[in-house]
Ligand binder design. Structure first.
Ligand SMILES: Cc1ncc(COP(=O)(O)O)c(C=O)c1O
Length: 362
């Protein structure tokens, strides 16, 4: 037990939300240290390059860029930088974040064709293939883990088909990167955020960009200024960032990634699988049902079908000091979500959460 960590105190609060997650003490300590000046100190640029280098293997080897801003900034920046007036974008969706991409596309002047599947079903590959045979697309968007419904989309075949059609791919892997292997092979822009499986504080959008995506970003006449990724291509090497970087958040992320590397990615992935398995076993023992079929459930978050999710959440926090999340959108009150991601993907934390849930449901 780490006595510095309130979540390890059996009477302390335990936040098992699907991001932001609890932050390990080493990461909290680092954010309290004096950061270098991110505008002028050469050491800062060296540190930033080193951090991107540590992140690259998690993202499959492409260039990594870290933006100061939360996850949504990365989603918007990707679309703003890749999509010009009149470009055609195929948006695969089975949830809130998948659908949200289309709004970014339209607001930057693109034409979004949405391939929509119900939230408890896999992405519609057949519909995608029909669209691809009927017309040309510049970019395709999709989500790996739809956090609001706890589903993990199987992307490998979809990405390979899109690569065969020379369509650039943008994948929101915000709640899977660092907790689940992401099939990065045919991803051109892969989007993550600091506060999910990395267990650093919220505030950084962490994304990778392939060579093909950089070339398109340079070619596209974008409407974007603040969200334009183009200046980031050489920023670290030229030692000039488009705006003052969030130095303290970057220090925290660096410590979080060191913890991940010390443990080893394979063991991190296994820890997530084990936590998810135990959470679902306990849910079944309590007679609870998963929102979607278990074959679709993400190792990072469990979505349970319940009545009055909001009431259960309130009681868990008031009576048990355990924080969970409800759903998002129309089904918000019918879904209760247990986040077992990052630092929280631990059996003892899952057991304490499910004990508390058991008492409240009793
Ligand atoms: C799948 C997914 N994409 C994007 C986001 C947006 O991230 P942020 O809340 O950091 O803006 C979230 C947040 O929960 C998410 O779950």
């Amino acid at each position: 037990m780490n006595v510095d960590d309130p979540a390890d105190d059996p009477d302390g609060p335990l936040r098992m939300t699907p991001g932001p997650t609890e932050i390990p003490s080493a990461v909290r300590e680092r954010i309290a240290s004096q950061p270098p000046n991110p505008d002028v100190e050469p050491e800062f640029f060296a540190f930033y390059r080193d951090l991107c280098g540590k992140l690259e293997p998690i993202y499959g080897g492409d260039d990594v860029v870290i933006l100061g801003g939360e996850g949504i900034l990365g989603l918007e920046a990707a679309i703003a930088s890749l999509v010009a007036e009149g470009d055609r974008v195929l948006s695969l969706s089975n949830g809130v974040y998948g659908e949200g991409f289309a709004e970014f596309v339209e607001s930057y002047g693109g034409e979004a064709v949405v391939c929509e599947a119900p939230p408890d079903e896999p992405l519609d590959r057949e519909a995608m293939e029909n669209h691809l045979s009927e017309g040309e697309f510049d970019v395709a968007t999709m989500v790996h883990c739809e956090t609001p419904t706890g589903t993990l989309n199987d992307l490998e075949g979809i990405l390979a088909t899109l690569a065969d059609h020379d369509v650039l791919t943008v994948v929101d892997a915000v709640s899977s990167l660092g907790g689940v292997p992401v099939p990065t092979e045919h991803i051109d822009v892969c989007l993550g955020a600091s506060q999910k499986c990395f267990s650093a504080p919220p505030g950084l959008a962490v994304l990778s960009v392939s060579e093909a995506a950089w070339d398109r970003i340079e070619a596209v006449e974008t409407r974007a200024l603040y969200t334009d990724l183009e200046p980031w291509r050489d920023a670290a090497d030229e030692e000039w960032f488009p705006y003052t970087h969030l130095a303290s958040n970057l220090l925290a992320l660096d410590s979080a990634i060191d913890l991940l590397r010390e443990e080893g990615l394979e063991s991190v992935y296994e820890r997530h699988e084990a936590a998810a398995r135990r959470c679902r076993e306990r849910a079944r023992e309590m007679g609870l049902e998963l929102y979607a079929d278990e074959s679709m459930a993400s190792p990072t978050v469990t979505a349970l079908s319940v009545a009055d999710a909001d009431g259960i959440k309130e009681r868990l926090w008031d009576e048990e000091d355990v924080l969970l999340a409800t759903g998002i959108g129309e089904e918000a009150d019918e879904i209760l979500r247990v986040g077992h991601m990052g630092h929280n993907a631990r059996i003892d934390r899952v057991e304490r959460t499910m004990d508390a849930l058991d008492r409240v449901l009793d």
